[in-house]
Ligand binder design. Structure first.
Ligand code: NAD
Ligand code: DAU
Length: 366
């Protein structure tokens, strides 16, 4: 049997917030496969971005529990930490979409700042009263954050390191920056064992249709325009979501409390080039689609307000200290992802709800 707690040989007991979302659900699948002895409790409010179907294959497992609830609900968190005897929080829950943060920032402050504070306070009390006195030295609060807190790079700037100053530009990244500062302060002030990871753009299975890659795949399948913001020259560093999970695995098992790590894919691509790659893949994998070649659908639209020009991650620290590097190239990852969206219409079709259509019309001004 595989046991996950290196120090004691006993299984971990994880609370995974946001485990019904994109990265959270990929992480839960990864963890349950790799560490079947560990107990995994998912806490998720099932907002528009949360989908219990993402975890359907795990529902009957003995060591898995799904709890529908909000990270701002302190009484619920206290109860879960105690009854499930949690020693590790993996905190993914967030409002995560930049465009929505521009339209409706309130929920971002509430979940990303107040929610993270609520979790931290609950975990601090548990750490001080139970985990520390019983020498649970592997106990950990892992905060999953973003490279967007560092702001925007020019084409020639060096990539973000862990010491790059915070310059968040959107309500989303400002709320994530606020949560990062709280997490850091809880380690510095109270000695709570926290770790922060700041990663680049993830992609892969179970990503909600509003994000660039699924949106382009789905619009191609529906024969709809492919909206590229501004001049399409913005650059993102694409990280295949399973590579992100392996990074979090080494961080949880090997890192020292109080550390921060940047996680990136070594895959910097301009948006317009990425969309062209997706079109070529779709032409190859779905030649029967009515619009062919698919790049005829590319439409340049009004830019996102405050749109960050370039993100790039310098992942030297996690490579040299923990031996982690990404294993999936953008060509490999995009192919797997396009195949997934082609196969899983049953997954994404129900997500194109009235709420989603209203958001789409408002965001794209159509
Ligand atoms: P997502 O939007 O797909 O999922 C977020 C999940 O959190 C959903 O299941 C939602 O129901 C849940 N949630 C939202 N508010 C909640 C609340 N108040 N209480 C409980 N649950 C709540 O997000 P994602 O893309 O999977 O991102 C996960 C984390 O990783 C976020 O913290 C995000 O900031 C960070 N991140 C994401 C990316 C990316 O490219 N997707 C990159 C860097 C960092
Ligand atoms: O960098 C990490 C961040 O990556 C995460 O913290 C966020 O949670 C995640 O949403 C993502 O933010 P981005 O804004 O970079 O991702 P998004 O998929 O929304 O957009 C990627 C790029 O594509 C960005 O430059 C905007 C552009 N874009 C996006 C959409 C949805 C378009 O040109 N057209 C679109 O329709």
């Amino acid at each position: 049997m595989v046991s996950s707690t290196k120090e004691t040989g006993t299984p971990r007991r994880l609370l995974v917030t946001g485990g019904a979302g994109f990265i959270g659900s990929n992480f839960v699948h990864y963890w349950c496969d790799r560490y079947p002895e560990d107990r995994v409790v998912v806490l998720d409010a099932l907002t528009y971005a949360g989908n219990r179907a993402n975890l359907a294959a795990l529902e009957n497992r003995e060591n898995f529990q799904f709890v529908s609830g909000n990270i701002c609900d302190r009484a619920l968190i206290d109860r879960l930490l105690a009854t499930e005897n949690i020693d590790t929080v993996a905190h993914f829950a967030a409002e995560s979409h930049v465009d929505r943060s521009i339209l409706t920032p309130d929920a971002f402050v509430q979940t990303n700042v107040v929610g993270t504070f609520t979790l931290l306070e609950a975990f601090r009390q548990r750490w001080e009263s139970v985990l520390k006195p019983s020498n649970e030295s592997h106990a950990l609060f892992l905060h999953v954050s973003t490279d967007e807190v560092y702001g925007s790079l020019s084409a020639t700037d060096p990539a973000f390191t862990e010491t790059t100053s915070y310059t968040p530009n959107s309500p989303y990244s400002a709320s994530k920056a606020g949560s990062d500062h709280l997490v850091r302060a809880y380690h510095h002030t109270y000695g709570v064992p926290t770790i922060i990871t700041n990663c680049s753009n993830n992609y892969g299975p179970y990503q909600f249709p509003e994000k660039l890659i699924p949106l382009m795949c789905i619009n191609m399948l529906l024969g709809k325009p492919l909206p590229v913001y501004g001049d399409g020259q913005n650059v993102r560093d694409w990280l295949y979501v399973v590579d992100h999970c392996t990074a979090l695995d080494v961080v949880i098992h090997q890192s020292q409390p109080g550390e921060t790590y940047n996680v990136g894919g070594n895959n910097e691509v301009k948006n317009i080039d990425l969309v062209q790659m997706l079109c070529q893949l779709m032409d190859e994998l779905a030649p029967q689609l009515p619009v062919h070649p698919a790049n005829k659908l590319i439409t340049f639209v009004k830019d996102r307000p405050g749109h960050d020009r370039r993100y790039a991650i310098d992942a030297t620290k996690i490579k040299t200290q923990l031996g982690w590097t990404p294993s999936v190239t953008v060509e490999q990852g995009l192919r797997k992802t396009v195949e997934w969206y082609l196969d899983r219409r049953d997954w994404w079709k129900p997500l194109l709800s009235e709420e989603y259509q209203n958001y789409y019309r408002q965001n794209y001004d159509i």
